[in-house]
Design a protein around this ligand. Structure first.
Ligand SMILES: *Cc1c(COP(=O)(O)O)cnc(C)c1O
Length: 251
């Protein structure tokens, strides 16, 4: 006969199963999150002294499965960001075939030996941070007959562990990349995590003006409202749309 203890453990197992099921993002959760972020973007644009002519929401789907992207697509969203070429290759070719107006942006660090795959798959690349990569991208653009929009990534807080060109070297990299014939459209940054981001967004805006670049990729889940006040044209939001990321599968 089942003991009271057995029954108790069954009840506990069932309860934790139901909790796990409840914590999975449902279709309505992703759609509702997108609606909420879009609402906050409009609010921030209204509050901004000089908002950009348009602010685009890049839904950052890294670590999340294709089904999560599909739910965003069903909610009408079309612009996505990924950090790794290989992961994006696993998810997006099929979705792009199904949704021809899907736009995919590369937002993570790019190795020169991945330039070929990156140019083939992405509509824009936010991580141009060195002249060697500019040459590799140029060679692939010529081969593939493409010219994706590029953002030069600036290490705006001059942090040792972060990629990106130093603020002082930004104009030179923009000029060199342009003279190669690359389609440099903007600047991108990720401010230091432990500081107020506003001064860094302001600095990126100034650098972009100096370089004559119209696009500004800045602002994530925690600070996109502030970035918009400084003229962000592209905000990159992951967690606030798709939920927390699980890196436990990584080595
Ligand atoms: C992961 C990532 C984001 C999204 O971050 P959230 O805090 O989840 O919104 C934005 N930009 C870059 C470069 C990223 O790597």
């Amino acid at each position: 006969m089942p003991s009271a203890r057995w029954a108790e453990s069954r009840i506990a197992a069932l309860a934790s199963f139901r909790l796990a099921a409840l914590s999975l993002p449902t279709m309505s959760a992703i759609a509702a999150n997108l609606a909420e972020i879009n609402r906050r973007i409009e609010t921030a644009r209204k509050a901004a002294l000089k908002p950009a002519p348009a602010t685009h929401l890049i839904a950052v789907s890294k670590t999340h499965p294709a089904e999560a992207v599909r739910e965003a697509l069903l909610a009408g969203h079309r612009l996505f960001g990924e950090s790794k070429v290989q992961e994006a290759q696993g998810k997006f070719p099929a979705l792009k075939a199904e949704y021809p107006d899907l736009e995919l942006h590369m937002i993570g660090g790019l190795q020169t030996n991945k330039a070929k795959e990156a140019v083939a798959l992405f509509d824009a690349i936010h991580s141009l941070d060195r002249i060697k990569l500019a040459h590799a991208l140029k060679a692939e653009c010529d081969k593939q007959g493409k010219n994706p929009a590029l953002f030069v990534q600036v290490n705006i807080g001059e942090e040792a562990q972060k990629s990106g060109v130093a603020p002082k070297q930004t104009l030179a990299l923009v000029e060199e990349s342009r003279s190669l014939g690359l389609n440099v459209q903007g600047l991108m940054c990720v401010p230091p995590v432990d500081q107020a981001p506003a001064p860094y967004f302001g600095l990126l805006k100034t650098l972009a003006e100096d370089a004559g670049l119209p696009l500004l990729s800045m602002g994530m889940s925690d600070d996109f409202d502030i970035a918009i006040r400084f003229g962000a044209t592209h905000v990159r939001v992951g967690t606030a749309i798709f939920g927390a990321r699980d890196y436990s599968q990584d080595q």
